[in-house]
Design a protein around this ligand. Structure first.
Ligand SMILES: [Zn+2]
Length: 72
């Protein structure tokens, strides 16, 4: 029986999301950046997706996660 890890599921869903929003090419070219620190977003450092004039991304830096938790 094949079993997916949590990380694989998240990765698949994230890739699906990127493809739906036509951001996948940008993602694989390292052209998606963290909304706060502007670091390139990768599958390893993505922590959140939110909307502000379209989809925005947040990396897993403590400072960025703190910023996103202050929203709304
Ligand atoms: Zn960041």
């Amino acid at each position: 029986m094949e079993r997916k890890t949590v990380n694989t599921i998240l990765t698949d869903e994230f890739e699906e999301f990127l493809k739906i929003n036509q951001l996948y090419t940008k993602f694989i070219n390292n052209e998606l950046f963290c909304f706060y620190c502007k670091k390139p977003i990768t599958i390893e450092n993505i922590s959140s997706i939110f909307y502000e004039d379209g989809p925005q991304f947040c990396c897993d830096e403590m400072e960025c996660i703190n910023q996103i938790s202050k929203r709304k």
